[in-house]
Design a protein around this ligand. Structure first.
Ligand SMILES: [Zn+2]
Length: 212
């Protein structure tokens, strides 16, 4: 099987997405790019994560042409591919409907630097304007909206997180969900005090070497 390692990783992180409560049912989707071939291993459409096997994962090129796979690619293939075309540093994409990030997205709020863990994404998580799921319009909004950060909220929809690999993109999705929850609760209880720009610069610098 072509790109077996990447296909296995998509299955593994799909299961983790479900186990960690970042998604439910067949919601969300994820992909990883193989730097050698440039092909993208993408989760299939409509397959439950517990039942997913590496053979269900679809291989596509950045134009969406299927190189190998027996399944239909995820309905959100469009924004995955738009992100890979836009930024050569992106090696993986994770999309979730996690509850607190989606709550922010339904309020049309950005997530500011309320907690230092926002540094996984950048100095904030911006909001991409609403477009119908699975459309070219949404793919455009996501690729534009993310800027040079690692996460973007999709209005009235959910979250997209990216990284050099699936481990990084998944951690980013997980940490941003936590920050969204903290921000929501802080806003319910009072007026959160934000971290200033120079301090966020220091945090982001520290993250570059953290754990390495
Ligand atoms: Zn979605």
């Amino acid at each position: 099987m072509q790109l077996q390692r990447q296909r296995r990783a998509v299955v593994e992180y799909g299961k983790r997405m479900l186990a960690s409560g970042l998604t439910t049912g067949t919601g969300g989707n994820l992909s990883v790019r193989d730097p050698k071939t440039g092909l993208i291993a993408l989760s299939p459409s409509g397959v439950e994560y517990p039942a997913m096997s590496p053979g269900d994962v679809v291989l596509v090129d950045t134009d969406g042409t299927v190189a190998d796979g027996r399944r239909k690619p995820s309905s959100e293939a469009g924004f995955h591919l738009a992100l890979y075309r836009k930024r050569s540093d992106i090696g993986a994409v994770v999309h979730t409907h996690s509850v607190y990030a989606s709550t922010m997205a339904c309020l049309h709020w950005e997530i500011p630097a309320v907690h230092y863990l926002i540094g996984f994404a950048g100095k904030k998580v911006p909001l991409a304007p609403y477009a119908t799921f699975g459309t070219e319009a949404l793919a455009h909004n996501v690729a534009e909206g993310i800027g040079d950060g690692n996460a973007v909220l999709l209005a009235n929809h959910g979250l997209v997180a990216v990284g050099a690999g699936l481990a990084e993109a998944f951690s980013c999705a997980e940490e941003i969900e936590l920050v969204a929850r903290i921000y929501y609760q802080a806003r319910c209880a009072g007026t959160p005090r934000l971290i200033d720009d120079p301090e966020m610069d220091r945090v982001i610098e520290k993250f570059k070497t953290y754990g390495k």
